[in-house]
Write a protein that binds this ligand. Structure first.
Ligand SMILES: NC(=O)c1ccc[n+]([C@@H]2O[C@H](COP(=O)([O-])OP(=O)(O)OC[C@H]3O[C@@H](n4cnc5c(N)ncnc54)[C@H](OP(=O)(O)O)[C@@H]3O)[C@@H](O)[C@H]2O)c1
Length: 282
């Protein structure tokens, strides 16, 4: 029986066991996926010893993604570029790490908007400059969106992100102060909220979507609640919206495939299961 985990601190709110548990059952695989709470001081030891404890791999979440990136034996180019690892596995006796948040966000955009959506987007505005923003910027760079604008409450963090991720690809990447948000919104065909604003218990991200171009897409990676105030405002303005749950579901696919040998599907049933849990109905 193959065993996998999600490690974090705290970890009890993670939905990952529900996602992987659903797939294990759906594909009739004898395996397990468990939550493990590990404090930062003990994470290095955990990372080195998980194979001895019988695990084939697992997910890493807050606050261990950066430590995991530093501590693995080998990391993918994507993880190296982002400085964060969320998926671990063992290969040829070595511990490997990847970052699948990029794939999760892009797969969900593709599913929601249809392949080729990027051809209609000249400028994308990314609000926020934390770990998730880095993954999203990298994904949009890979698709060659010509102009990427990063706006953050704390400008130096946006500037640091730009310094770290700027590459020789076709996308120009620029950090802007919060005061420039309206000017940026007026040009952005894609707006992505990567801040924690709009999460249950937090104030909303209040944008003047009246100045967004018609046909713009508004994506939120916050998924509690599923319909954030920002998405509700975008719908009311007649803009297309992309919610945050799909990113969570799709980022789980590559890990499951590595650990259990089956590439699982993100189905309406899986989504409904997680939505029921988020809404306290399960
Ligand atoms: N859907 C998914 O699969 C998925 C995956 C990863 C993360 N997320 C969600 O994405 C959000 C960000 O995660 P993260 O890991 O990037 O967190 P993080 O590294 O802590 O970054 C948090 C970001 O939110 C901004 N922020 C926080 N409070 C703010 C406020 N009151 N006003 C303006 N900006 C504020 C921060 O700005 P400063 O730099 O100014 O502090 C920073 O840009 C969380 O809600 C998380 O749950 C979702």
């Amino acid at each position: 029986m193959k065993k996998a985990f999600v490690v974090g601190h705290p970890i009890k709110h993670s939905r990952s066991p529900l996602i992987h548990g659903h797939w294990l059952k759906q594909y009739g695989i004898e395996g397990s996926y468990e939550r493990i709470d590990v404090a930062p001081a003990d994470f290095g030891e955990f990372l080195k010893t998980f194979p001895e404890r019988g695990f084939v791999g697992g997910n890493v979440t807050i606050p261990h993604k950066e430590a995991a990136c530093l501590g693995v034996d080998r990391r993918t180019k994507r993880a190296e570029r982002l400085g964060a690892v969320n998926t671990l596995w063992r290969e040829d006796g070595l511990i490997w790490g990847d970052n699948t948040d990029v794939l999760g966000f892009m797969a969900h955009l593709d599913r929601s908007l249809g392949q080729g959506w990027e051809e209609a987007v000249d400028t994308a505005l990314i609000v926020g400059a934390g770990g998730a923003a880095r993954a999203i910027v990298a994904g949009l760079q890979d698709r060659g969106i010509p102009r990427l604008l990063v706006i953050n409450r704390t400008l130096p963090k946006a500037e640091e992100l730009v310094r770290d991720l700027r590459d020789d690809g076709p996308s120009s990447l620029q950090a802007l102060p919060w005061g420039d948000i309206d000017a940026a919104l007026a040009t952005a065909g894609l707006v992505v909220n990567t801040t924690s604003l709009g999460m249950a218990g937090q104030p909303p991200l209040d944008l003047d979507l009246g100045i967004s171009p018609d046909g713009a897409v508004v994506a939120d990676i916050v998924y509690v609640p599923l319909r954030t105030p920002l998405l509700a405002a975008a719908e009311a303005r007649g803009l297309r919206t992309v919610d945050g749950l799909g990113m969570l579901l799709h980022q789980a696919v590559p890990g499951f495939a590595r650990w259990f040998g089956v590439t699982p599907e993100v189905t309406p049933e899986l989504r409904a299961l997680i939505v029921a849990d988020l809404e306290g109905r399960s």
